[in-house]
Ligand binder design. Structure first.
Ligand code: AP5
Length: 605
């Protein structure tokens, strides 16, 4: 965001600086180091650094023991239903990651991928990578990201990790590493951090010994070897000296915080200063819950019998989707939450356009974008539009971003709700360092005259009718002129409004409404609450093209956390009654209606 935003527009201050959005399609080759034989890119991989690549880390088959267990319980689970467990474990040097990993692997059969172990293996084999890595490891510094990332991505894409699930130990360790995984859409089901005081860590490192034959980790005081024979062959790691441990600890602290925001909603911080058995018990119960959640989602969807419901959770995962972020009532939303929604919208919109859809609308109603709650943050809306527009500009498309101007004339002139000043903000905004503004991005209004020959597509910000004025005619003229070029409406409000004299205009009303309804929803998200309140959040309804509507229940967890569990899917937007029924777990004939706790939703859904 340009620093020069006028003070009166400071509510838009959450617009973040966008680094390097580039209208150069060739950017997409960036992960050149990734082994192409094992990585499959989504049809949208021709987008940007901020768009998601989809790594086929897991075939859409569940061949793990989890699948076997579900089958035994009598569920009909398609092979496509979900993926094996994916776990990340992090913590300072000697916090006990390796020790816990061996216990997790023994019980869950996951593929343990430890970057420390991989690097040590390279060092001891004397490879080029090992030679490069050694000097960093010896000084307690991080080995360069590209070396480690290549190793990890290549290991994750191997058959065993895809089928059995994985346990990633010691990666990501820096913000760029975390971002590399994000871009490849590699996310764990759970992120565990072992928390141990510094003085204990140092003692653990200094006393650590390794068995080169079995790979077992010992400690001269805490876990001495079982017998003399083992004791004789134990070795000490070259980076386990007091000086190097201090340096490693410092490196860890410098980087740990930068990674956390990526995994906040998956974070489980565990007290690692207890016996290894007690720590494992806690980890074990967390992992069991993750497995249960996955199977209970299947079960919940199955028990909510309803003919319009497409049971199963496969589709909620099948487009590499990360699940609904938590803490959505906290305002302002964190950057992570905002970016989650931008990503979700960008991906859905791009899919719809790939499918040659040309009249689209995005309807998103999170607290920060909810005008009904009087917390409408125009900055978030602008930021969303910028992310969307630049993702197409990065493909070389010329995007016109349009905002309707003043409506009416003379004394009746006015700008509809929320849009005052929007155009100014658009002009002030940072549209990237590569001069996209004026070439690939242009700002315009709504109307036939705004459609230029060179425009490839149009994004219209919250077009809306105002009392006494109807935007629909201008909109229609504009879309007629746009022809087969995509027009995307972001949060339109096209309901008919009374005329300036307070009377509902009837002439041509049906036609206008029909036209307004001709835009196809490519993304929809709204939170659900008890009637008449905005707290607590009860669930959410989401639709991301090309899938149908997914209904989620928000569930409080004992540790003060929350999560969203899918309870039903609908091919069309569900009515308030259908939502009520799904929440209550009952089947009802369509014609019967019930007020229920969601009764108020009927007015707004
Ligand atoms: P790495 O091998 O990952 O080292 P680390 O993170 O420093 O962790 P450690 O292996 O030292 O400890 P741990 O947490 O596994 O503890 P452990 O179970 O062994 O990385 C080494 C180097 O490689 C890095 O410094 C870096 O240079 C490079 N590197 C790695 N990943 C990288 C990345 N992603 N990017 C860039 N560079 C990277 O336990 C420690 C001791 O405590 C043992 O003796 C054990 O017996 C004892 N112990 C364990 N649990 C307990 C308990 N509950 N109570 C008492 N004692 C315990």
């Amino acid at each position: 965001m340009a620093a020069s935003l006028p003070a009166t527009l400071s509510h838009a201050s959450n617009i973040t600086q966008r680094k390097g959005p580039v209208p150069i399609p060739s950017l997409l080759q960036s992960p050149s180091s990734i082994h192409s034989s094992t990585v499959s890119f989504s049809p949208f991989s021709s987008c940007t650094t901020t768009s998601s690549y989809s790594l086929s880390v897991g075939p859409r088959r569940r061949c793990s023991s989890k699948y076997q267990r579900l089958k035994r319980k009598g569920f009909h689970v398609e092979c496509a239903l979900g993926e094996p467990l994916k776990v990340m474990i992090s913590g300072a040097p000697a916090s006990g990651k390796g020790t816990q990993c061996s216990m997790i692997v023994e019980k869950y059969g996951l593929v343990h991928i430890s970057t420390g172990d991989l690097l040590r293996a390279e060092v001891s084999s004397g490879t080029e990578i090992g030679k490069k890595a050694k000097e960093y490891m010896d000084s307690g510094k991080l080995v360069p990201d590209e070396i480690v990332t290549d190793m990890v991505v290549s290991r994750l894409s191997r058959q065993d990790a895809r089928e059995r699930g994985w346990l990633l130990d010691g990666y990501p360790r820096s913000y760029p590493q975390a971002q590399s995984l994000e871009k490849l859409n590699i996310r764990p089901d759970i992120y565990i951090v072992l928390d141990v005081p510094d003085e204990i860590l140092i003692d653990r490192c200094i006393g650590r010994r390794l068995d080169p034959v079995t790979g077992k980790i010992y400690h001269i005081k805490n876990f001495p070897p079982e017998n003399e024979e083992v004791a004789r062959r134990l070795i000490t790691r070259s980076d386990d000296t007091l000086e190097k441990v201090k340096s490693r600890l410092q490196t860890y602290k410098q980087n740990a915080e930068a990674i956390l925001p990526n995994y906040l909603n998956l974070l489980n911080k565990i007290d690692g200063n207890r016996t290894r058995e007690v720590i494992f018990q806690e980890i074990d119960s967390i992992l069991k819950k993750v497995e249960e959640n996955s199977s209970s989602s299947v079960q919940l969807a199955k028990t909510n019998g309803n003919s319009s419901t497409n049971f199963g959770v496969a589709s909620s995962k099948s487009v590499s989707w990360r699940g609904i972020p938590t803490r959505l009532n906290n305002i302002p939303h964190s950057r992570e939450i905002r970016e989650y929604f931008y990503d979700d919208i960008r991906n859905s919109t791009r899919r719809a356009i790939e499918d040659k859809k040309t009249r689209l609308k995005v309807e998103i109603n999170i607290p920060e974008l909810n005008p009904d709650m009087d917390v409408y943050r125009i900055g978030t809306l602008m930021e969303l539009v910028r992310e969307l527009a630049l993702s197409f500009a990065d493909d070389g498309k010329r995007v016109k971003v349009c905002v309707q101007g003043s409506m009416g004339e003379g004394a009746l002139a006015g700008i509809p709700l929320q849009l005052a000043g929007t155009r100014k903000i658009l002009e002030f905004m940072d549209w990237g360092e590569y001069g996209a503004m004026g070439t690939f991005i242009n700002i315009g209004a709504i109307g036939r005259d705004e459609v230029d020959e060179q425009d490839d597509m149009f994004i219209l910000i919250a077009p809306q009718n105002a009392v006494g004025n109807c935007i629909i005619d201008d909109l229609q003229a504009m879309t007629d002129a746009a022809g087969s070029r995509p027009v995307i409406l972001i949060n339109p409000r096209l309901k008919d409004m009374p005329s300036s004299s307070g009377i509902m205009t009837t002439i041509g009303r049906d036609k206008r409404m029909e036209y307004a309804a001709s835009f196809e929803i490519c993304y929809y998200f709204r939170l659900l609450y008890y009637a008449g309140s905005f707290y607590p959040i009860m669930g959410a309804l989401r639709m991301a093209y090309p899938k149908g509507y997914e209904l989620f229940r928000r569930v409080d967890e004992p540790n003060g956390k929350e999560k969203y569990v899918i309870i039903a899917e609908f091919p069309e937007k569900p009515t308030a009654t259908e939502i009520n029924d799904a929440f209550a777990g009952r089947t009802r004939k369509k014609e019967k209606t019930a007020p229920g706790i969601w009764g108020f939703l009927s007015g707004i859904l």
